[in-house]
Design a binder for this molecule. Sequence first.
Ligand SMILES: Cc1cc2nc3c(=O)[nH]c(=O)nc-3n(C[C@H](O)[C@H](O)[C@H](O)COP(=O)(O)OP(=O)(O)OC[C@H]3O[C@@H](n4cnc5c(N)ncnc54)[C@H](O)[C@@H]3O)c2cc1C
Length: 480
Amino acid sequence: MAPDTGPPDAALGLTALEEQVRRDLGFLSYPFKPWLPERTVGGPYDVVIVGAGQAGISIAAGLKRDKVDNILVIDRASYGQEGPWVTFARMLTLRSPKYLTGPDWGVPSLTVRAWYEAQHGRAAWDAMEKIPNRMWQDYLLWLRRVLALPVENDCRLDEIAPDSDGFRLTVSRTGGTAEIAARKVVLCTGIEGAGRWHVPDRIRDALPKDRYDHASAPDIDFARFKGRRLAVLGAGASAFDQAATALEAGAASVHLFTRRHDLHKVQPYKHLEKAGFLRGFAALPDLWRWRFMDHILTLREPAPKETVERTARHPGFRLVTGAPWENLTLKEDGIRIGTPKGTFTADHVICGTGFVIDLSLRPELQILHPHIATWADRFPPPAGEENGMLAAYPYLGPGFEFQEREEGVMPCLRNLHLFTFGATLSQGFSGGGMNGLKFALPRLIDGIVCGLYGAEVERHYRELLDYRVEEFSMDSIEVV
Ligand SMILES: Cc1cc2nc3c(=O)[nH]c(=O)nc-3n(C[C@H](O)[C@H](O)[C@H](O)COP(=O)(O)OP(=O)(O)OC[C@H]3O[C@@H](n4cnc5c(N)ncnc54)[C@H](O)[C@@H]3O)c2cc1C
């Protein structure tokens, strides 16, 4: 191994890396031939990808590798504000280990490690525990640039309607609404993209909006909590991140409440980071997919060690277990929170209560969601294994495509693909996370490409029959 000569010149390093990327992609660009017609002006895109986060960027990169170039990626966020990483993610680093891959499509020069080492050197990579959020965002923006992906920011999808070409997307852009035609659509609108971030009704009903926030709110002003008493509901990673951020901002106290009698400490995802599960889960029979996810999604993910330590080191931090909120009242001197462990008083509440899966809550799916099959429609769990939360998950096909609740009523759904956490029960770790990207992305691209090719099979067959390019001429052959 070459001795590490210390941090390289970052710009030089990146320029050299980008040259390497061009070479690698050139080496890997077979098959070269385009197979889809050029886009006609105003004509439909072959694929519109909604969301330019890690999933959207990776999907666009994967489609381009298969010469699906007539694509558009849209994102309602402005440039550089896509996803949670520099908006509402309040951990200091990613929660996942730095060695996860996926958006690189197996090209070493496209990996986050290559990008990092090109700028900071091998020793710095070895020394880095986990990737800071900002850095992960910068890596995704680099991928987007070096792969020249067609992304339009400040473009929000408001509605998807069936159309002769496939779909008519109504979007809001700077300067007004517009319509985009697409043959296929991929929804990678975030971890909560098959539902909505969840604020318990009890809190919504009892408190005015300026006395509570959800952990996914990008504009929480933590300086407000200096010297104040904060209550955080939930004990997942995001709940702890809010608590730590508030304590670092000078909050006098933070009580973090969980219904559980003990803090959940086992991370099932770590056990499952194996090729067998990550590639094989999606092909399991319904019963086994149900059983695995019933266990995993009921157990939930604990906060990472560093997050718990970051929070617990503050003297003002208190964990309140076995404390579901039974009543909530706003008094002169604060918010009264009644629990089996007694009554607590806080000045503000932050909900670390995650999201719910419910397609009817998606504005863009108001026309289509009544026709989308969920697990409740397709899988009757054995007695004793019922799980209402799981039953709401969409029942997706092998290419992450939605299925019709009633055959023949909304056939266009086969051209609408979901790549958010909502895909987890059908497809395993995939959308809404990093650890499954490496295995899930190829299945999605297979589904999209097979769909596009199959939809024009007559044309492809005709082109085959019309193909007349001769391999050699008879001119130089003496024929008797
Ligand atoms: C705080 C936090 C920390 C996390 N940390 C980790 C971690 O460390 N490791 C891990 O594996 N996973 C983590 N996750 C889970 C997951 O990896 C992230 O949620 C990740 O952002 C998912 O990537 P994505 O591309 O699917 O969604 P996002 O990155 O959320 O991107 C979705 C994009 O869609 C856009 N969008 C949404 N709706 C519309 C619309 N109607 N029109 C146009 N654009 C739209 C949004 O603006 C957003 O930019 C974390 C999640 C959160 C919330």
